[in-house]
Design a protein around this ligand. Structure first.
Ligand code: GUN
Length: 287
């Protein structure tokens, strides 16, 4: 039987609508407008598209969007000075520095210069530590979106076998922490994992976040498993450019119980969660 498709586009629209309702109430009752500052250094085309979409969706939910587009040759000192200004600005509740940064800039140094309370990406070392120790943290947006979809589809995740393929700081590691906090038995697999097919086949929840087009075939999926495909890979097929995930959708959809499509699965949830985090940061800043 064909798996249920988890509709991330509709889910994300729902999250944005809830955020918009809350923002409207904050304005009316407290005279507050949440503000998100996005910093883009350089002209990476994919990053420019992401930043533009973030700006559009931020304004659509009624928040202020502040975009800072800096030259690719911007010095670390100038970037740190901008972050210091944004940290001190009471109208800015969330700060996001679009990654990757040009090679001459130290991403860790830059991210850790953001006030952790405004770190809506959840990448600051304080937020990483808070998440890992089960304390109140800013949670990275993509894993947060995945968790929301998993909870919506499965209810309790307690005791389930979860396999996360990919060990990035942005997705794999925080995803594993979130699943552990839900009392899953968590395995983090990666490019050096032995018997990857066997490991994946044990998963009740399989999260693919490796960035390799269609790497996980249907026969690595346990029948009835919930498959979350974080990959967004651009490939050429039949003379056309196509977006595909890290999972081979055509074969996996015949085995899984539920699966997120690409596009229209995890992707739209990331910005929706960024807006939710910005709202949270604003509410925490104002008690
Ligand atoms: N580049 C790709 N994904 C992300 C993300 O979630 N946050 C930031 N800041 N940069 C990214």
């Amino acid at each position: 039987m064909s798996a249920k498709r988890i509709d991330g586009k509709a889910f994300a629209a729902d999250v944005r609508a809830q955020v918009a309702t809350h923002v409207a109430r904050l304005k009316e009752e407290n005279g507050l407008t949440p503000g998100l500052a996005v910093v883009l250094v350089g002209e990476d085309p994919a990053s420019q598209v992401y930043v533009k979409n973030k700006g559009i969706q931020t304004r659509e939910v009624g928040m202020n969007s502040f975009e800072h587009k800096l030259d690719a040759a911007t010095s670390e000192a100038d970037l740190l000075a901008l972050i210091a200004r944004l940290n001190a600005d009471p109208t800015v509740h969330g700060i996001l520095v679009q990654l990757p940064l040009p090679g001459h800039l130290d991403s860790d140094l830059v991210i850790n210069a953001i006030d952790p309370a405004k770190d809506v990406d959840g990448f600051h070392i304080s937020n990483v530590g808070l998440l890992g120790t089960g304390q109140k943290a800013m949670v990275p947006c993509t894993p947060l979106g995945c968790l929301m979809m998993l909870r919506d589809h499965l209810g309790s995740l307690s005791g389930l076998d979860a396999v996360v393929v990919g060990r990035s700081n942005i997705v794999g590691k925080p995803m594993a922490q979130l699943l552990l906090a839900e009392s899953c038995t968590v395995t983090i697999a990666h490019s050096r994992t032995k018997n990857l097919a066997e490991v994946c086949k044990r998963a009740d929840i399989l999260v693919a976040a490796v960035g390799r087009p269609e790497m996980i075939p249907g026969d690595w999926v346990k029948p009835g498993a919930t498959v979350i495909d974080v990959g967004i890979n651009r490939i050429e097929r039949d003379g056309k450019t196509k977006l595909v995930g890290d999972v081979d959708f055509a074969s996996a959809v015949e085995v899984a119980g539920a699966i997120t499509p690409v596009p229209g699965g995890v992707g739209p949830m990331t910005i929706a969660c960024l807006l939710a985090n910005t709202l949270t940061a604003c509410c925490r800043a104002h008690g």
